[in-house]
Design a protein around this ligand. Structure first.
Ligand SMILES: N[C@@H](CC=O)C(=O)O
Length: 300
C-alpha cells in the first residue's frame, strides 16, 4: 500500500475506485473474495481504492472495522493508495481513530451526513480527527451547503484536508453555484468529482476538478481508466462515448440504489462472491438481478 501523503499529483494519477466489500454466506468479511475485487481493479489500471459508501463502511461494527482495515491494507499492491472512511457519527469516528492509529493509511475520508450536524461542527470534527490521527482528512461533500465554502476553505488553508470528494447531485451538472464557490477559493486539483463516471466530464472540463471516483469502474476498471485518460487529454468525443457505455448499469443504480446494485453486479459479473448485503440496506429482488445481468452483458 502506498503510504505517502496525498498531493494533487496523487489525486489525478488514477481514478478513485469505490468498491463493494465482500462477505461470506454468514456475513463475515471475506479476505479471498475482497482480494479478487482488489486484484481486478488494480489489473484494470486503477491504483486508488476508497472504502466508503459502496463498501457500506457506515454500518461496520468496530471489530469489523479493524478486520476490514487489516484486510485492505495488506491485500492492496505496494503502489496502490488505499483510503478507508470514518464516521459518520462523531462517537464512531473517535473509536475508529484508536484503531486507525495501528495502521499507516495516508489519509481517511469522513463519511457525510446531513442530520444532526452544522457546518462549523463538521469542521470541528475534521480538525479533531486530523489532530488525533496526525494526518489530513478527505472531506466528502454530498449535500448542498452542509459545509460552507468559507469553512471548507479555512480547513484547506489550515492543512487539515487532503482532498475533497464532491458529490452533490444536480439536474444539470454545468449549473452548480456551490461547486463554483469552492473552486473559486480552493485549489481545484484537490477536489474530485465524487459521483461516478457520469458527471466526471463536466466536473473536470467545466470546473477543473482534479479527478473522479467510480463505482462502476470496480467492474469495468479499464473503461474508467480510459475515461480519465480521455478527459485529461481533452478528447471530449472519446470521453463522451466511454461515459455512455456506463449508462445501462448507472441507470439501474440511480433508480434502484447505487450501493446494493453495485454489490450484486460485482458478483453477477463473476469478479468475486460479494455475499449478503447487510442491514440497513437490502438485497435487490430477482427481477432486478436479471436487469443487472442484462446491463452487464450490454456493457461487456
Ligand atoms: N458514488 C459513486 C462514486 C463513488 O463514490 C459511485 O458509486 O459510482
Amino acid at each position: 500500500m502506498d503510504t505517502k501523503p496525498l498531493t494533487t499529483e496523487t489525486i489525478s494519477r488514477s481514478v478513485w475506485a469505490v468498491p463493494s466489500l465482500a462477505r461470506n454466506a454468514e456475513g463475515i468479511l471475506d479476505r479471498q473474495e475482497n482480494a479478487k475485487i482488489i486484484r481486478h481493479i488494480e489489473q484494470g489500471g486503477i491504483s486508488t481504492l476508497l472504502y466508503g459508501g459502496n463498501a457500506i463502511f457506515y454500518h461496520l461494527t468496530l471489530a469489523e472495522y479493524r478486520t476490514a482495515l487489516e484486510l485492505i491494507s495488506t491485500t492492496a499492491a505496494d503502489d496502490t493508495l488505499v483510503i478507508p472512511a470514518i464516521g459518520p457519527a462523531y462517537g464512531t469516528m473517535l473509536d475508529q481513530a484508536e484503531i486507525l492509529l495501528d495502521f499507516n493509511f495516508p489519509t481517511v475520508m469522513l463519511l457525510p451526513q446531513r442530520d444532526v450536524v452544522s457546518s462549523a461542527g463538521i469542521a470541528a470534527a475534521i480538525r479533531k480527527m486530523a489532530e488525533k490521527l496526525g494526518k489530513p482528512i478527505v472531506l466528502y461533500l454530498k449535500y448542498d451547503g452542509t459545509v460552507t465554502v468559507d469553512d471548507a476553505t479555512a480547513l484547506v488553508n489550515d492543512g487539515v484536508i487532503s482532498a475533497i470528494k464532491y458529490a452533490v447531485v444536480r439536474k444539470d451538472y454545468t449549473q452548480d453555484d456551490y461547486l463554483r464557490g469552492l473552486t473559486d477559493q480552493i485549489d481545484k486539483g484537490l477536489i474530485l468529482s465524487g459521483l461516478g463516471d457520469q458527471p466526471a466530464i463536466v466536473h473536470m472540463r467545466d470546473f477543473g476538478l482534479g479527478g473522479f471516483t467510480t463505482g462502476c469502474g470496480c467492474i469495468f476498471p479499464q473503461m474508467s481508466a480510459a475515461l480519465l485518460k480521455a478527459i485529461q487529454a481533452q478528447n471530449w468525443d472519446e470521453a463522451e462515448a466511454i461515459r455512455e457505455r456506463f449508462l445501462p448499469l448507472e441507470r439501474l443504480r440511480d433508480n434502484l440504489g447505487p450501493i446494493s446494485i453495485l454489490h450484486r453486479a460485482t458478483e453477477l459479473s463473476g469478479i468475486a462472491k460479494t455475499g449478503p448485503i447487510i442491514p440497513l440496506l437490502s438485497e435487490p429482488g430477482e427481477s432486478v438481478q436479471e436487469e443487472i445481468a442484462a446491463a452487464l452483458q450490454q456493457m461487456s
